[in-house]
Write a protein that binds this ligand. Structure first.
Ligand code: CU
Length: 162
């Protein structure tokens, strides 16, 4: 259900956001960046950090760069990756992330992901707006489906070290 909604909502929101950000030298090149399967995983009980996952694709024929992200339900959203240090996977904040032309970049548990600090999801919310800011494409706002399956045993969701 949510996925179907997103398929229709994402192009609409994308169109709206592109119309609002046609400034910049590369505006004529600003093909759509598609954001598919956007999901927000709510914080674990007692925590206030949510996780955001999706698949990004630059369809413009040119590289783009994801610069930042934000959401009205979160104080601060960071772009994270996981790096292996010995036998431990650690998260690291990225200042930006290159999105090569035509390539899908997957945000997921254990890989690139959005970390949403100070997250307070409205109770019962099924959809959370998340705005991604790209160097070329500007702001792209997607409606992320709220996943109800927050897994208390998942280490990837344990951000007590932050
Ligand atoms: Cu993280």
């Amino acid at each position: 259900m949510n996925r179907r909604f997103l398929c229709f909502a994402a192009p609409l929101l994308l169109g709206l956001s592109l119309a609002g950000c046609m400034s910049g030298d590369h505006a004529h090149n600003a093909g759509p960046v598609s954001v598919d399967n956007a999901v927000v995983y709510p914080p674990l009980p007692g925590r206030d950090v949510a996780l955001g996952t999706f698949v990004l694709k630059s369809n413009s024929g040119a590289d783009d760069v994801l610069l930042s992200a934000s959401s009205p339900v979160s104080d601060r959203v960071e772009i994270h990756t996981h790096v292996r240090e010995g036998e431990v996977m650690k998260m690291r904040r990225l200042d930006s992330l290159d999105i090569p032309a035509g390539a899908a970049v997957t945000f997921e548990r254990g890989g690139y992901h959005l970390m949403m600090f100070g997250a307070e999801l409205p109770s019962g919310a099924k959809i959370i707006p998340v705005t991604l800011t790209f160097k070329t494409a500007g702001n792209v706002t997607v409606s992320a489906a709220v996943d109800g399956r927050a897994d208390a045993g998942d280490k990837a969701m344990d951000h007590s070290g932050h």
